[in-house]
Write a protein that binds this ligand. Structure first.
Ligand code: ADP
Ligand code: ZN
Length: 568
């Protein structure tokens, strides 16, 4: 029964569903043809031969002639009648006996057989497969991870217990999937766990533990686990996981850091050797309202300003760019230089005041992070958090503007919007921005597709659960320490393309051609050179550290090839 429903479900999905639509249109066309022939038949019979037939008789005649059955019970006896009958027969042969079966085979039968052949329950990777990534369990975070792996050209296999899901992933997204119970040891051998590069485990906590133990009994391949409950972190380590990630805790910390006006050291986006790339909110620094030239950041700290980020949009500034209070500057330099900058801009944590709307698991984790700094905050939730006995929240519906005003939103400096519903988050962002235009708003997007709406509603930062999780896992894979990435902004490193050898940075036209900017140059054996001047000569073997959005990164790959820099 399950198999029949699975096969039927095939026709309601993806390409088969599209093809079903074409079949509908074609059937409609055939029906129309029969009706037209039936009407013509009646007209010709009446006017040529003086015989009157019903419309049903006309339909009957058209069908028997088109299907070449030709019973011969109703026939024309005039030349024009014969010609008409012959035309109907020929069109019947073409549309019904040739095109229809051909269409059915090519649109339905062939793809179905192909799909059946492709899906083998005993899925096994070739014996010499190595360096692949295995992903156990599929959810939005795993999906975002898959996207990252695809753009990094790293081979991977998804393992799921859900047969329907495995078919869908294979057919619609062309992803390699192994389907089977994760407790099946044979399956682990078939997907070559021992020669894999990394294993990501993203199931329920008991299954995570079980799987880690099973894998450890076979091999030493590194395992990263996403724990659902932060309390279970130790258990997963005991079961043999190399890295255990609690997304709740990380997202809480992420939101907390973003909402405070703390300095650049807390906002390191990426690191290459000693080079750190960090962002700092202009708000609450002495630079607000100044031009880049007036701010003299490089002269005072040695840091290079590589970009300005405003509401998710990254631009490369000129010396006359005014640093708006709502923007962030993206800086490149050493840890020491960042410390120096913090001394210039340092805000006192206790002057801060953060509102947290939503005291669920993530809101609670954000509050715990702020407890740690410590920064004063106020939690608002419509219900009591049963799992938290540490925090006291104001109980009420945060969409009630009166409640926000009474609680003092107009005096708050930061705001974390973290309910589990994106439309509520959009509403809260908009109403809080209206109540306090200066406030720094960090909003959580439960679904990737709502990121833009939250920015449009006035959020300064939008944190998407899935992409934060995926970026953390990608960093684990690439042995990078950084866990702080900005939505829509990527820093990536490429070996200097051969076509650019001998040119200087200005002549390379990288920015004009791809939109990416060169943040730093890595020259073999020495530390990265941040923000190289435009006349720096590019030489063979150098590595470029570039910044851009994911689209611009793709553009770079398209224009200059896919030579990734080796890991440091
Ligand atoms: P997570 O654990 O991922 O943070 P939860 O569903 O546990 O997600 O948390 C969302 C929290 O947001 C819940 O505690 C819920 O009561 C709260 N919430 C949802 N809508 C509102 C609202 N309009 N006003 C106040 N709190 C809200
Ligand atoms: Zn709490």
């Amino acid at each position: 029964m399950k198999t029949i429903s699975a096969e039927l479900a095939y026709f309601l999905r993806g390409r088969a569903k599209q093809n079903l639509k074409i079949l509908w249109y074609y059937s409609f066309f055939l029906l129309l043809l029969v009706l037209v022939y039936a009407s013509l038949f009646r007209y010709l019979m009446l006017h040529l031969e003086g015989r009157e037939y019903s419309f049903i008789a006309g339909v009957y005649w058209a069908i028997t002639v088109m299907t070449t059955l030709g019973f011969g019970d109703i026939t024309f006896h005039t030349d024009l009648g014969y010609i008409f009958a012959a035309l109907v027969t020929i069109s019947g042969v073409v549309f019904l006996l040739i095109i229809l079966p051909f269409g059915l085979i090519s649109l339905f039968l062939a793809p179905w057989i192909e799909q059946r052949l492709r899906y083998r329950p005993g899925f096994a990777l070739p014996a010499d497969t190595s360096d692949h990534v295995l992903i156990f369990g599929i959810n939005p975070t795993a999906r975002a991870l898959i996207h990252n792996l695809e753009s990094l050209a790293i081979p991977f296999v998804v393992i799921t217990e859900d047969y329907q899901e495995s078919l869908r992933l294979e057919e619609e997204e062309g992803i390699r999937v192994a389907c089977g119970p994760v407790s099946d040891k044979k399956l682990l051998y078939r997907i070559r766990v021992a020669s894999a590069r990394y294993i990501f485990v993203n199931l329920s906590d008991p299954k995570n533990v079980n799987l880690c133990l099973m894998i450890r009994a076979i091999c030493k391949t590194p395992i990263a686990v996403i724990a659902n409950d932060p309390e279970h972190l130790d258990l997963m380590h005991l079961a043999g996981a190399n890295k255990v990630v609690s997304l709740t805790r990380i997202l809480g910390r992420y939101l907390g850091i973003r909402a405070t006006t703390q300095g650049a050291l807390a906002h390191i986006i990426d690191s290459f050797g000693r080079l750190r790339i960090a962002e700092i909110p202009v708000n609450c620094t002495p630079f607000a309202g100044q031009t880049l030239e007036q701010a003299e950041i490089r002269q005072r700290t040695g840091l290079a300003v590589i970009g300005v980020l405003e509401r998710g949009v990254f631009t490369v500034p000129s010396k006359d760019t005014v640093l708006a209070p709502s923007s962030m500057v993206v800086l490149a330099g050493t840890r020491e230089q960042l410390t120096q900058l913090e001394q210039l801009t340092g805000e006192q944590a206790e002057d801060d005041m953060i509102f947290i709307l939503g005291h669920g698991k993530i809101g609670c984790a954000a509050a715990k992070f702020l407890d740690h700094i410590p920064v004063p905050y106020l939690l608002i939730d419509q219900t009591e958090n049963q799992n938290c006995d540490k925090h006291i929240s104001v109980i009420g519906d945060a969409t009630n503007c009166q409640l926000l005003r009474k609680s003092g939103i107009e005096q708050a400096k930061g705001l974390i919007v973290t309910t589990n519903d994106d439309s509520t988050n959009v509403f809260l962002t908009l109403s809080s921005r209206h109540a306090n235009p200066q406030i720094r708003i960090v909003a959580r997007a439960n679904r990737e597709e709502n990121v833009e709406q939250l920015y449009a509603a006035g959020a300064d930062f939008v944190v998407s659960n899935a992409s934060v999780g995926a970026n953390i896992l990608t960093n684990i894979l690439e042995s990078k320490e950084s866990i702080f990435l900005t939505e829509g902004l990527t820093i990536f490193r490429r070996l200097l393309p051969d076509t650019l050898v001998g040119k200087n940075i200005e002549e390379s036209r990288i920015r004009q051609l791809t939109g990416c900017s060169v943040v730093a140059l890595e020259i073999k054996g020495s530390e990265p050179l941040p923000s190289p001047p435009p006349d720096t000569r590019l030489e063979s073997g150098m590595k470029l550290v570039l910044i851009g959005n994911p689209h611009q990164e793709e553009e770079f790959t398209l224009k200059f090839g896919n030579k990734r820099g080796a890991k440091s």
